[in-house]
Each structure stands twice: as C-alpha cells, then as structure tokens.
Design a protein around this ligand. Sequence first.
Ligand code: ADP
Length: 214
Amino acid sequence: MVRTIELNTRQERILQIVKDSGPITGEQIAEKLSLTRATLRPDLAILTMAGYLDARPRVGYFYSGKSGTQLLAEKINLLTVQKYQSIPVVVTDSSSVYDAICMMFLEDVGTLFVVDHSSNLIGVLSRKDLLRASIGKQMLESIPVSIIMTRMPNIAFCFKEDLVIDVAKKLIEKQIDALPVVKTVDGIKYEVIGRITKTNITKALVDLANDELL
Ligand code: ADP
C-alpha cells in the first residue's frame, strides 16, 4: 500500500533543500528559509514520519531517497473522483432512442445515464448502443431507451470519494468509456451525481505532468 500524504509548499521547499544540501541541520534549513527552527519543527516531523527524510542526531536531516516513481505513485493515489468528475448527462427511461441520440449530440458526450423520475440510476447508453439500435428500419422515435440500455445490476459505478486510479482500472477491465458517480439513497438506490470519463482521467494525467495537483 502506498502511503499518501499531501505536502504543502513549505514542506516541498524543505525537501528540495535537504535533497540539494543534506545532511543538514534543522537550524541550517531554517536559516535558508529565513524562518525559525520552531516554525519548521512540525514540517520536519511530518516529512520524517512520512518517510521522505531521515534524521540522525548530530548529523541532521538527509533525504531518504524515495524514488521519483514512488513519489509519483503517491500523488496519483491522492487523486479523487470528486476533483475530476463532470456533470452527468441523463435521460429518463421513457425517452426514445431518437431523443437519446439528440441529447448525446446536443450535450457533446459519449455516454448517457438513464435515470428514473428521482434521478436514480437504472441504465447506461453508449454511442454504440445507439448506433446498433439505429441499424435497420426501426422507428427510433418509438423505441424506448429502456429496451437497449445496459441496466442495473450490470452497471459499473463509483462514488465521489473513490480514487481516480481505481476508476481507470475499472474502465480498462470492463472496456468502457465512463462511470456514473453516484450516492446511495435509502441503502438500495443510487442517485446519479456525476460522470467520470477517459477524458477526465486524461486531464488528471496532464495535471500530474504539470505538477498542478497540490
Ligand atoms: P462505445 O459503445 O461507444 O464503445 P463503451 O465502451 O463505453 O462505449 O460501451 C460499451 C458497452 O458497455 C455498451 O453496451 C454500454 O452500454 C456498456 N457500458 C458503458 N458504460 C458502462 C458502465 N459504466 N457499466 C456497465 N456497462 C457500461
């Protein structure tokens, strides 16, 4: 299990100083930052406890040598659905396939969620579900989406507290493009409150590369 800890700007600076100049005493770090040793004490304690720094009496602090990938993994493990989710685009189960196609174009999304009158999740519609239904001579205005949608309990979903990386794993495993973000209602139903897609996950990747997470 990767330990996750969010470092503040000062802690990042301390880490950099120790990387560049370690072993170095707390006093010397404080001097470089024009702060008092007492002000730095909690930050140094956090960095030491989290395993970024080691401290030896009379020697000072030195960088414990977490690898770049370890640090990256820690950052990835901080990304939650909440921060990257989008607004869900939904249709009701009595909507026609024709309406769903219009909605998909209008809202410029690749996945629609099908809900009942209380916004509870009952189905998912992908582009190919709608394309498949459009092959042939059916009257798209008269086919309800409930006939062609993927329905509960076969829907993969997530909660806003979940990790983006776990969503990514689910998308790969199930070979799908999006998950509805839900909250539990009455312990049995799931209200749709968001949508997380491959695009959202790509955005998280770009943020990581730009180091814009913290
Ligand atoms: P596309 O059909 O455009 O390739 P997907 O790969 O997302 O899009 O969908 C593939 C199939 O998986 C579709 O039949 C769709 O209804 C279903 N599906 C899409 N999202 C989910 C989900 N979150 N849970 C279960 N099934 C899904």
